[in-house]
Design a protein around this ligand. Structure first.
Ligand code: TXA
Ligand code: MG
Length: 320
């Protein structure tokens, strides 16, 4: 099967309606999509990604009216968050309705839903007429794709089409918020910062990263390049240390950085913007992973705002 890069929304809508899997652009990362009414297509997502069966999928909608059919209860604070952040990089977890196939919820009684902020994908969901389920379009544990080309590298010949929406503008997966007795909890840090959420609904808890029952997909090893990644407090000292073993050292620095013993230095944001760093992170990991480096050295970013989400991904990326 040849994988076609296309911007033809109607063509992609027909493929989904026919039970095929295609890749879709969103503002966060590219997704690997199936129409939610076709169980075979939903199951095939897990096969393509080599994803464990107990890891639920996010359902994508194009208008609020689609949410009501998917869930049995919408907490008051969810309404406020939807008003503030949809369409955008926020997923929310609700008690699911019968419309939600068990394959999507991976056996849970809940469903994660979001309205992505990408004009092509919003038009696609509208054209399909039914919500679509989509995890990130990467094999299990690998770096999420932020360009059509990344998806092609992973799934060439395995899916009929990639809806090409250019580079993802946010570049990190959505923030996932659930509700426990109406109390909001952040299950996964992502494209909407904790501070931005708290500005709308007040203080929220953050689930411990090992709370596997609440958000089964949050494996410690995730978003990983195949090259070893070291997270350090002092990049220069680490380069000196690693140079006694290795020749080819790559560096990812938040802002401007120089060192004559690094083979390549990637700066996430010349202006030290956390939003730009988030947008560049996966692209940078994909690029460095192509260079056959011995090791990639990086340092945690300032831990406020999107910096906290970026640091979460760096922590997971360092597990090999
Ligand atoms: O930005 C994003 O969220 C991207 C784009 C494509 O929308 N999608 C994405 O999907 O990152 P994925 O499958 O890579 O991560 C979804 C995670 C799961 O690993 C799981 O932790 C959580 O969402 N999740 C899904 N349904 C859930 C549920 N019912 N309860 C708790 N967590 C859930
Ligand atoms: Mg993922």
């Amino acid at each position: 099967m040849n994988t076609k890069l296309t911007t033809d929304v109607d063509y992609c809508a027909k493929l989904l309606q026919n039970g095929q899997n295609i890749a879709i652009p969103t503002e966060t990362v590219y997704g690997l999509a199936a129409i939610i009414t076709n169980e075979k297509a939903l199951k095939h997502i897990f096969t393509l990604k080599q994803r464990p069966q107990n890891n639920p999928l996010i359902v994508h909608i194009h208008e609020l009216a689609q949410l009501e059919a998917l869930v049995t209860h919408i907490p008051e604070q969810a309404v406020r968050l939807a008003k503030a952040f949809w369409p955008g990089p926020l997923s929310m977890v609700f008690p699911k309705s019968k419309l939600v196939n068990q394959v999507i919820s991976a056996g849970l009684e809940t469903v994660a839903v979001r309205m992505p902020n990408h004009s092509l994908t919003l038009a696609l969901i509208k054209a399909v007429g039914t919500p679509i389920a989509a995890p990130s379009a990467n094999p299990f544990t690998r770096i999420s794709p932020t360009q059509a080309q990344h998806v092609l590298t992973y799934f060439d010949q395995q899916i009929p089409a990639i809806l090409d929406g250019g580079s993802c503008q946010v570049g990190l997966e959505s923030t996932i918020v659930g509700f426990d007795q109406e109390q909001p909890i952040i299950y996964r840090k992502g494209g909407v910062s904790q501070e931005a959420i708290e500005a709308i609904i007040g203080q929220v808890q953050v689930a411990k990263s090992n709370s596997a029952i609440k958000s089964p997909g949050m494996h410690l090893k995730h978003y990983s390049p195949t090259t070893r990644l070291i997270l350090t407090e002092d990049i220069s000292a680490e380069i000196e240390e690693q140079r006694s073993h290795y020749q080819h050292i790559g560096v990812i620095s938040f802002s401007s950085f120089n060192h004559d013993k690094a083979e390549v230095i990637k700066v996430l944001s010349q202006t030290a913007s956390l939003a730009e760093a988030a947008q560049q992170l996966y692209q940078t990991l994909h690029d460095l992973d192509q260079l056959q480096l011995d090791v990639i050295i990086t340092k945690a970013l300032p831990s406020h705002g999107l910096g906290a989400s970026i640091n979460d991904r760096l922590q997971r990326a360092k597990f090999q």
